[in-house]
Design a protein around this ligand. Sequence first.
Ligand code: NAD
Length: 294
Amino acid sequence: MKIGFIGLGIMGKPMAKNLLKAGYSVVVYDIVPEAVKALTDAGAEKGESSADVASKTEVVITMLPNSPHVKEAVLGKNGVLEGAKPGTILVDMSSIAPLASKEISEKAAEKGVIMLDAPVSGGEPKAIDGTLSIMVGGPVDAFKKVEDILKKMGSSVVHVGEIGSGNMTKLANQIIVALNIAAMSEAMVLATKAGVDPEKVYHAIRGGLAGSTVLDAKVPLVLQRNFKPGFRIELHIKDLMNAIETGHEVGVPLPLTSQVMEIMQALKVDGKAGNDHGGIIQFYEKLAQIEVKK
Ligand code: NAD
């Protein structure tokens, strides 16, 4: 089966490479030529546009920053729907607003294209290892057809409901991750300023109830002062914005999410929007005038 892959950034590049490694033929496209070259060097076929990719493949995967980018690549000029044949399955793995997934899927259905929303969790290291968690919304029969493909990129692939449910699940995930990073930051800055070695604090607590995937992923990087993304603060702002909007739509106030959103806004003003989201700690460090490091 020939697979199309559009969006070859931090996540899309290793995900597409894993499909090549698994033996699939992959046709790729990105608006950045260097991103395409990295994949054609690894054995992928170059597509000239999103429409071209769709015309050559039966399953098209998109891995783009946010809703407007997915709308442009799918619905726009030279977009997926211009090239796709009826029966094509479009798997959007970007993290976008659940409502946008529904809108795009309705337009796709008019052309006979079936859409799944399948955002991921795990970040670049798990994208490279092929061990992402993938949460999928959309028709079950389409899910069954692409499940094996998704399993080449993720170790957990779960169908969660109708179209939009994948992104709704991802928003829940992003709230938990953001609040965890903020809690870790607040606690580590306190311990450090009070005179306790932060590395020892980390090792002492990681096996107990405070231990978490976030703690293990982010504290070692903070101690090395490594805020290279990974997952950029600006992308996490996008996710929390989508979560807050969705919360307002369905009638769920999100007080803690809103607070962490404002912390991220402060970091953006401070020129740190391109840092990894582990860089949230710098907000607390500035307030307390201390750095958490080895
Ligand atoms: P990225 O910015 O590194 O990559 C996005 C790519 O899309 C870029 O190469 C860009 O050139 C390309 N692009 C943009 N518009 C395009 C268009 N119209 N047509 C073709 N290509 C286009 O972003 P990323 O970190 O890879 O994240 C992608 C998605 O995955 C986002 O929704 C993000 O929230 C989500 N995500 C990221 C991580 C992470 O750790 N980076 C983890 C989980 C989920």
